[in-house]
Design a protein around this ligand. Sequence first.
Ligand code: ADP
Ligand code: MG
Length: 226
Amino acid sequence: MTEVIELAGIGRVFPADPPVTALVGVDLRVCRGDYLAIVGPSGSGKSTLLNVLGLLDVPSSGRYLLEGVDTTTLGDRRRTGLRGSRIGFIFQSFHLLMYRTVLENVMLGGLYTGVPAPERRDRARAALDRVGLGHRHEFLPSRLSGGERQRTAIARALVGDPALLLCDEPTGNLDSANTAAVLDLFDDLRADGATLLVITHDDAVAARAGRRVRITDGRLTEVAPA
Ligand code: ADP
Ligand code: MG
């Protein structure tokens, strides 16, 4: 099975007066090893889609299969378990714990996988080597550059060996040199077989992905290759 994501007719309506329709009839297939960028203006539904894909939110309609598992009929516990074990999140603002070391932060990424702490520590070390931060284990995040913080967050996302990396504006807080370093790292991860889905405002970031889709008023359209 090579399909990581299959969305069919996904809709999301937020109850309000009047109700807000954030996603309409979204169909999307993402295969193992795909590197996909999602672009769209503010308010178009990007975060709503990311929340659905990340099993943080349940769509109002449609079906979402993650690695063949129909997530739309799962109970909360199984949804949470699937999220912890199969999805790695990378956010614009890194979401690191400021009073924990880099190594401790990365170990937290595997917390819900049921793997014992010593093995999680080994995996965290390996993930930090992979992102080029093998020399920063004992640093607190406050002593890292923005790019190093994001690479720490990427290591944390990788440590549970997820099927899917979901990135929401991953370079939004980075200068151009650190953006370049993170994009180079994404290329390496992709070459190693990772499946990457990146939400971005930045055309230069989107241009690095193998495939681009645009979201406008909650509707998804494939962007023809350049
Ligand atoms: P983007 O991430 O592309 O900026 P969002 O997915 O955050 O867009 O929002 C899409 C639309 O859904 C917007 O009109 C937003 O105001 C609305 N929206 C998002 N979350 C909620 C919510 N919890 N309740 C009501 N409306 C929401
Ligand atoms: Mg958003």
